[in-house]
Write a protein that binds this ligand. Sequence first.
Ligand code: HEM
Length: 712
Amino acid sequence: MFKILFIYILLVIINKSINSQYVPDSYIEDAFHQAAQDLEAEYKLLDYDDLINKGSLARKKRQTDKKDPSSLHASVLKTTAESQKIHDSFKIALKASQKLKNNVTLKQTGIKLRAPPKFCPFAFEPSCTEPVKYRQIDGSCNNPGNSLLGKASTPFKRLLRTAYEDRIQEPRRTGENGQLLPNPREIALRIHDPMDTPARISHYGVIFGQFIDHDFALSAATGFGSSPLKCTCLTDNEDCINIPTPDMDMFNDQLCQVLTRSAASFDKFDCSVGAREQLNTITHWLDLSHQYGSDQTTANKLRSFIDGKLRTMNINGMEREFMPNTKTGTCVDETNEELCFEAGDTRTSQNLMLVSIHTVWVREHNRIASALKRLNPQWTDEDLYQETRRIVIAEYQNVIYKEWLPVVIGEDLMRAFGLNIMHKRYFMGYDQDVNPHLSAEFSTAAFRFGHTLLRSTLTKTDSELRPFSNLTLGNIMLRPTEAYNNGGLDSICRGLLIDPGTSFDTHFTDEIQNHLFETGAFDAQTKRFSLSSINIARGRDHGLPPYNDFRKFVGLKEAKTFDDLIEIPPNVRERLKEVYRSVNDIDAFTGATSEIPLPGSLLGPTFSDIVARQFRDLKFGDRYYYENGNNETIRFTLKQLNQIRRGTMSRIMCDNLDLKFIQRNAFEPPSNENPIVSCASLKKVNLKRWRGEPLPVRETFFSNNFNNNFFF
Ligand code: HEM
């Protein structure tokens, strides 16, 4: 035993000395400098400037014309100066590793090449003062062992090995038998055809899933500076992964669906050079970052700096407040004053259902801030803002783990993964070694389950719960005015609460399957998108391995033939067989949405597992998880915590909308088991437990030490 240990230590020492002796840092750094110059030259050659300008010309044109559908899609993507620098640093590292590939010593030692600090965007960690009572806006300083974990602009993690065409970064193109993989739109047409079957989740519950998604996932898109790349059907660029229109498509009036690749990143903070990872531009935590922002500048812009409140606006003399509006250029008809709403996330106005959920949580913030001010008149604006934010995030986490997640994955998985909330005690399971990051498998495939649950229409409903108007999904995308006209948000929310979502299956509703972002701009190259085909193409862009690998990971039997796919109904298996040449080619999103849901869960076994696993990591790996009791500075008192646990989504809606009645669990449609009750009968969170709450001495905090001393 000792002998083996001795030999091992000797080998490590020899390895290290070979590396330091024969591969001087300056040699590696030189290769990186040369690679950086090559990339700069390439950019000039490619004339990215031209591509971006084309985009802004198109934007100017849109002031008068109908909006281009591709600009609506672009509004749900994001490129920042930071994401683009990380993307460039990864590209430089790949080029440098090519230059160094013949270096004998590197080859002999097998040591993984790492970008030198100057070329590693994650080399400078934020310095954190300890302990800090409130979460940082950018998500850093949560884990005492690694201040970057969960921070905005850090990579997704992987549950499975990536599957790129060239093993490093090219999207998968070739199937097992050497033939081309089927076109994503063709798969969409054959497998994800439209059909709506009612499910046991309310449409409100479905859109709440999108709301959660916008809190923790927003992949960076490739671009230049902070502008995303604007692909056209004819652009010949490795970052454009357009989906060509197949012959069988009934919409043969467009050449392609334009699609921009997601930006690249190193997969680890040590910048070791490996397969391409993608970058999450927002915080990974369940922390309402889409309300408060994922960076300090945005957060400050959203605050009123009076009594701890968020900025809001009043419309047409209505008593209830709305989010402020902003000219982003993305809402459909800005010439008619249809400005988008502003919040912490760029996708807030994507649809009116989402706007209604955002508005409720902004109102909840201001409602709590007012109540705390009454209880503690001596508190400053900063005290009120921070403590209110802390309470509202706790209410939100409570609603997710107590009410929403059990509807989605069912009680059995809640128990198996330790996801149920406690009753009277603290949760003591915080584990510093849990990596809370969203996994690519979760954000690129599993959590997109919500796309199959969407219904085509929204029923506006009056205060007596009588439907009075039907709007299609297309009518409510990036069109904010219905939020305050014709019954406004109240009538939208009543409809969302009563209408069921549609079941988890391969079927997508027609509005997003065949008409996504259609604006009637018939001179545009892409006149409409198909969301299921984007999901499939995105899976390949992000190097997701095929469905069979997902099966093995979650403990299902590896399928040798299509007939082994026993979790999939025989008729769907037959269709898969017609589309894919080999069972090993099936795209993860398509395979997993084909599965029959598990008993008690809305989802099949593959997505149930990946979703449960992710929410476990977000709970056990979050030092600020609202029930966590193992840090005295951070935790709520037990009395406060037990008040927060009384809260429900229905109560929060009653407090912030003009509703008289509501079902007990807002995430399930009304039924005998989930009766409609009067708002007055629902339990309230008693904020008196915060009277005289001791506030922390203000910490000086230095965050956002992103390495600006960079390569160019
Ligand atoms: C009207 C409703 C919705 C629309 C129009 C919509 C549309 C989109 C679009 C266009 C994307 C970007 C696709 C890409 O380029 O890769 C996207 C991403 C995504 N959507 Fe949805 N979606 C909706 C609802 C939902 C729901 C209900 C959920 C979950 C319950 C969901 C989960 C996701 C996730 C996880 C992503 C990936 C985010 C990222 O990593 O950037 N979406 N959605």
